[in-house]
Write a protein that binds this ligand. Structure first.
Ligand code: 13P
Length: 253
């Protein structure tokens, strides 16, 4: 894969200002692994502070409201996160789909607003265990993606995909490398068909779901895996950097 491996920490609803020292440590260490693109998505409350600490790593948001400014108590839109220093936003995460009933339609609206605000998008997809056991994982994931890809005129600059099987998130269970290769291969085919092979080749497909320093090397060496979206193991510099090091040493990515 031509692009640099991309390792992104999704801090989810973890982190107070005490975490800024971890962000700083991640940033300083990332400067030694220029072969890897490293980023974190802290909670909204820390985006600006992490952005100020960051010399090397990218900073992003975990979500955004699809609308322009307005009377929406408690919501934060794409322009606001960009203003705070975010360069990308994670959209369509299964925890948003589950906890907040987010539909593909709403996610499309969020994508439009994020692109308009100049943000890159990490678009998440992934099936439940029930869907996988029913043999419908691929159809389900491709349907999630198909409904969203039309928004990207410039996928090479703006789009990253993250395949995160729901049953592997926070469970310590990872998909087998065969399963990952099969799903990522199917996603690549869809990207080729949608954007043409040249533009598709610039879109990285990350794997997410219990990626840790000790399994990162194997996962990141799997065909069509262009990096990782990391939850739990991104919360300390030590474990997150273990994954960055694995990415810097893996030859497939
Ligand atoms: P874990 O790495 O904690 O399984 O989380 C994965 C994830 O959901 C990243 O977005």
């Amino acid at each position: 894969m031509a692009e640099r491996p991309y390792i992104v920490g999704n801090w989810k609803m973890f982190g107070t200002r005490a975490m800024l020292s971890e962000a700083r440590a991640i940033d300083r260490a990332a400067q030694r692994y220029m072969k890897v693109e490293v980023a974190v998505a802290p909670p909204y409350t820390l985006i600006h502070a992490v952005h100020k600490e960051a010399e090397q790593i990218g900073v992003g948001a975990q979500d955004c409201h699809p609308g322009a400014e307005g009377a929406h108590t408690g919501d934060i839109n794409a322009t606001m996160v960009a203003d705070a220093g975010a360069k990308f936003v994670i959209l369509g995460h299964s925890e948003r789909r589950q906890d907040h009933g987010e539909t593909n339609k709403l996610i499309n609206e969020k994508i439009e607003s994020a692109l308009e605000a100049g943000l890159r998008v990490i678009l998440c997809c992934g099936e439940s265990l029930e869907t996988r056991d029913a043999g419908e994982a691929e159809v389900f994931v491709l349907r999630q993606l198909k409904s969203a890809l039309g928004a990207f005129d410039d996928p090479a600059e703006r789009l990253t995909i993250a395949y995160e099987p729901i049953w592997a998130i926070g469970t310590g269970r990872t998909a087998t490398t065969d399963d990952i290769a099969a799903m990522h291969g199917a996603i690549r085919k869809l990207l080729d068909q949608t954007f043409g092979e040249e533009a598709s080749a610039k879109v990285r497909i990350l794997y997410g779901g219990s990626v840790k320093p000790d399994n990162a090397r194997e996962i990141l060496s799997t065909a069509e895996v262009g990096g990782a979206l990391v939850g739990g193991a991104s919360l300390t510099a030590e474990s997150f950097l273990g994954i960055v090091v694995a990415a810097s040493e893996s030859d497939e990515v």
